[in-house]
Design a protein around this ligand. Structure first.
Ligand SMILES: [Fe+2]
Length: 135
């Protein structure tokens, strides 16, 4: 069983974004599995970098929709993205400076953030973007 399981309740009813969210979940699962299997620091670092880059790419997708349709919650939503991105970069810095253990705390933080963010913030734009023809 995967660390995080994708469930239909996470869908925002926008194909591209659901696909990106599934990839994010997949990246976190990969990190969890690699940690459990005792993979090298290089392997773990590579997965974290992939997660950071993919997250940036995904946030850019969402934020460009917010800009394009002048979504009313764009500021607070973007702020939540920025805070998360900053936390993950800080976590990578501490990893690079010798702390090669990816704690349960970090894994739980990543997984809870993604699940809660989708269920709360992302779900809120679903209907709005659908009404603009984004599906
Ligand atoms: Fe988001």
């Amino acid at each position: 069983m995967a660390f995080i399981n994708w469930e239909p309740k996470y869908s925002v009813n926008i194909e591209l974004i659901d696909k990106q969210h599934k990839t994010l979940v997949d990246n976190i699962n990969q990190l969890h599995d690699a940690m459990k299997q005792g993979k090298s620091k290089e392997v773990l670092g590579g997965i974290i970098d992939k997660l950071i880059n993919y997250t940036k790419n995904h946030f850019t997708t969402e934020e460009s929709f917010f800009q394009r349709f002048d979504y009313k919650e764009k500021a607070s939503h973007t702020l939540e993205h920025d805070r998360f991105a900053q936390k993950v970069v800080e976590f990578k810095k501490s990893f690079d400076s010798g702390n090669a253990i990816i704690s349960t705390e970090v894994l739980n933080f990543l997984s809870n953030w993604v699940k809660n963010h989708i269920l709360d913030k992302d779900k809120k734009y679903s209907e709005f973007l659908n009404s603009k023809g984004i599906k």
